[in-house]
Design a protein. Structure first.
Length: 215
């Protein structure tokens, strides 16, 4: 499992079936931080959403992300796109999620992060693994990016999914340990791994909700 270095509130059952500008299904609402002209940051509405490998629009979206983001040698977009394509027409064993800005209409520009995780349909509920997590190249590893919060909010969405579907822990493999250490996550048994235990789900979610003013 790999995570590229990177600088949501009770699930709304009504909005979960509502479609946005491509084929994804919103899981929960979040707020990102957008840089202003005076170098301060302002909250903007966004969504943590689940992609559907059988949806043609989602397939086109992931292909576009692969072509643009995958130009970087350290990008996991190519691996995510390859695994996404394999899901169509076979037993699903992964979920795929994105964070999308609500202030942009272009589906290719509004995505700030894409990730691959354990399928929520997995019978073994011992852990919910975040296999790959890739932030947009324009905001990844920037000292003062145009958009902040994609990495932390991705974990927020994953913890919500893990809690909703009865997983005992969220398991993360990292290539950017300082980021996860900054979030005070527990180290795993292996080097460069971190975990969020079921007992810590609520406190983690509450902390992120307060920080990003998620209601």
């Amino acid at each position: 499992m790999n995570i590229s270095p990177i600088s949501l509130n009770t699930i709304n059952k009504t909005s979960s079936s509502k479609k946005l500008s491509f084929g994804e299904t919103p899981v929960c609402k979040i707020n990102l931080k957008r840089k202003q002209k005076d170098d301060t940051y302002k909250f903007i509405p966004a969504h943590f959403s689940k992609l559907n490998p059988s949806d043609d629009k989602d397939e086109l979206l992931v292909d576009r992300i692969k072509d643009v983001w995958g130009k970087r040698n350290d990008s996991y977009a190519v691996e995510i796109a390859s695994n996404f394509a394999l899901q169509n027409g076979r037993s699903v064993n992964n979920n795929f999620y994105v964070i999308s800005r609500d202030d942009l209409k272009d589906p290719y520009r509004k995505i700030t992060c894409i990730m691959q995780t354990t399928s929520t349909d997995e019978r073994d509920k011992s852990l919910f693994a975040v296999d790959y997590l890739q932030a947009h190249p324009n905001i990844e590893n920037k000292q003062s990016p145009a958009i902040k919060g994609s990495g932390e909010l991705s974990l927020y969405g994953c913890v919500k999914e893990a809690k909703e579907h009865g997983f005992k822990k969220v398991y993360i493999s990292s290539s950017n340990n300082p980021f996860y250490e900054h979030l005070n996550l527990k180290p795993g048994e292996r080097n460069s791994t971190f975990i969020i235990d079921e007992a810590d789900y609520d406190s983690f979610l509450a902390k992120v909700e307060q920080k990003y003013e998620i209601k």
